[in-house]
Write a protein that binds this ligand. Sequence first.
Ligand code: NDP
Length: 249
Amino acid sequence: MNKLKNKVTVITGGNSGIGFGIAEAFKNEGAKGAIIGRNQETLASSVAQLGDNFIGLNADVTNLSELESVFKDTAEKLGKIDVIVANAGAGTTGTVADTSEADYDKLLDLNLKSVFFTVNKALPYMNDGGSIILIGSNAAHRAYPSFGLYGAAKAAVIFFAKSFSNDLLDRKIRANVITPGTTDTPAFDKFVPAEQVEAVKKHFAGVMPIGRIGQPADIGKTAVFLASDDSSFLLGAELLVDGGMTYLA
Ligand code: NDP
């Protein structure tokens, strides 16, 4: 119940889906913290559900000065930061044939550049001995149609966990990455017409070796492990949380 008691945590994209699942799991283990997002409405409703120990901060993670401000504000309001989760991310550009330069830049700004700079901007406000958790995707391991650029960005994020750990040995800050498979979030719903969402989820559950698609709470439990001392021997590790879909389906 208290694996993260009084730890200060920051979760980008903590106002939806996997990020919110992580914030809830952290709260249940006694953490406090900040969730970061752009949508004021979901930020407010998520903070209301998380309770008094969490604040919501509005920022676009692709804007580096806004990014820096959220870590500064969190440290000023809640104390130096122990755990950051670089979770905000999304999407596909389409196939190699129909991806424009603008699509390319937008996807990499969100899924790659923002992850690097989330860590870069957070570090001055973090306690030594802290934990960095990155969110990858199983699209880094398996080629899905139209997910090439996204998968490549996520493969780089998986490598970041190793290189960041190496860079931060002197501060004993560990970086690890969680690689989700298909997870039941608003992002998943956006990929299919509303009337087909339930049927598509059922189809996915049928092909998943474990018999269901992932839930944000599955990722939340894994994030608690990586944030806590239980994972003190893990540096640069990748935890594939996918119900077996990447290599067994
Ligand atoms: P959601 O769409 O539910 O949540 C995405 C979150 O990211 C939202 O809170 C959103 O906040 C935030 N976000 C997006 N862009 C920005 C931005 N520019 N600045 C600030 N916040 C931003 O998606 P998921 O929960 O599904 O995805 C979370 C992570 O998990 C992503 O990195 C995704 O790639 C990864 N993932 C998801 C899988 C799935 O099946 N769902 C599978 C594998 C990986 P706001 O709306 O306020 O902008």
